[in-house]
Write a new protein. Structure first.
Length: 224
């Protein structure tokens, strides 16, 4: 059976090797931590992909980043959406809206920011933020983290960077949409203060799902 990521031509061999090495290294370190903790009677530690010595930065996209953005998109879509959206619909939507040309065109808009999270030189997640002048809202239209790197705080840092950009438009909230089937994402957003107040259909190919639309107030920087 063919691999859907390979069919899309999204996986670079060096990138695949880099991610695999991170996963193996993270598991090995966790196992060592288990042995140390058990010897000291502290119980088994939780597992995280973030290892000591790793550095993470967030910066704006460049055109050279777009293949990595496309790769992150596809990896997270397959992991998150393929149980309720057919692969052919995911492929078609990715090719139309996340082609290199489509992403490059999006970057030309002054009301858009693409933010990339990089762990030790490897792109592992991104956020798209766009201001809607008609609604006078700033939307976090995408927030994707490679599955192997989820749970390490990368999403929170990307969200904070997106909120900082949203604040430059004088808005007090950041908005986003989440598919109702994406229960884990909904739970996380609600946990960190998002309130979902609207519903809207969202279509990928022949598949239409319900988007819950929500917002949270942008945290104030500093204090009185």
């Amino acid at each position: 059976m063919s691999n859907p990521e390979d069919e899309m031509g999204l996986l670079d061999d060096d990138f695949r090797k880099e991610i695999a090495e991170r996963i193996v290294g993270g598991v090995e370190e966790w196992l060592e931590g288990c042995e140390d903790s058990l010897r000291m009677g502290k119980g088994k530690p939780s597992f995280s992909m973030r290892r000591s010595g790793q550095s993470m930065i967030i910066r704006e996209w460049t055109r050279e980043d777009l293949p990595a953005v496309r790769h992150i998109t596809w990896e997270t879509w397959v992991a998150t959406y393929s149980s309720f959206i057919p692969m052919e619909d995911l492929r078609g939507y990715c090719d139309e809206h996340y082609s290199i040309d489509a992403l490059a065109e999006l970057m030309e808009s002054p009301s858009f920011r693409g933010l990339l999270a990089i762990e030790d030189g490897v792109p592992v997640g991104y956020a798209k933020v766009k201001y809607n002048s008609e609604e006078k809202r700033c939307y976090l239209s995408s927030l994707y983290i490679l599955p192997a790197f989820q749970g390490g705080g990368i999403g929170s840092r990307l969200l904070a960077a997106g909120e900082k950009f949203a604040g430059t438009y004088g808005v007090g909230e950041v908005w986003l949409g989440v598919m109702v089937q994406n229960s884990s994402a909904l739970a996380w957003y609600r946990k960190i203060g998002f309130e979902f107040v609207e519903e809207a259909p969202f279509t990928m190919g022949k598949t239409t799902v319900t988007h819950l639309i929500g917002y949270r107030a942008i945290p104030q920087q500093g204090g009185a």
